[in-house]
Design a protein around this ligand. Sequence first.
Ligand code: SF4
Ligand code: ZN
Length: 301
Amino acid sequence: MNNEIEKYRKKVFKTIEKYKLIENKDRIFVAISGGKDSSAALSLIKEYIEEKNLNAKVFAYHINLGFGYSDRLEEEVEKICDSLGVELYVTNVKKEFNLNILEISKILKRPICSICGLIKRYLMNKIPRELGATKIATGHHMYDMLINYYKNLIHGNFDWNLKILPKLKSEHPKQLTKIRPLIFAYPHENKMYCEYKNIPITKISCPYSPNFCCYLSRREDYKIFQILEFSDKNFNNFNLELIRGITRFNKRIEKTIEAKKENYMECEICGEPTNQKICGFCKLKLIYQKQNMDNKISNLY
Ligand code: SF4
Ligand code: ZN
């Protein structure tokens, strides 16, 4: 194993250990998109469990969004999971929930990515939990977190920045703890690791994301991405030090924040945890169903 890979692996394993991301009896579900980041997270979690001989299991979870390319992507995700020897679970948004993300985005006049994100967040908690997950892992890396950090500062969403942590503890019996083992990793390190391990990551990109990665599809995100790249080129390890500082601060005030947290309630329709009477996912479904019904009625006349 070359030095760079060894250093990267050690860094990720140290994050897992320090923040107790994986414990005995855990059933970790990794949300996998087919790209380098989630594939690296899946592979490293498996390696960690095996190396430490833990009594824990890892599974992959993929959401088929029902876009033109989604079935092909699902096949590629299957190949990744086969190559890593990990069991895969898939949810098909169109077939299982009768939801068409494109149509919903048109009806609500909201960006596709915002509808897509809401649906993914909902399913990533509900389905793995119903399958017996104890935690859900994502492939979020340092740049994902720092882009969000700057955006939240700019737009005044200061509380959201307190969630920039390697582990977000569950706040409700129906809410899974979220873990981010790659929070201190650079995106290029994830790519390098996947190449080294010969993981067959996909080259398919979402058609609604012109620059391949979700965050690069938005203009503001792209500008911040360029600032991060500039910092890394000119100030050695600046971004790594910054994300470490943010997580250290958030960890320190975690207990104070927990004491002030509002209680989650359960959605009156689906019973999932939410801070409103009806969760965002059920609201989407109601509007979509109503619009479909209206269209059917107007077609009768
Ligand atoms: Fe969903 Fe990402 Fe595609 Fe946006 S770019 S629609 S968030 S998969
Ligand atoms: Zn609901």
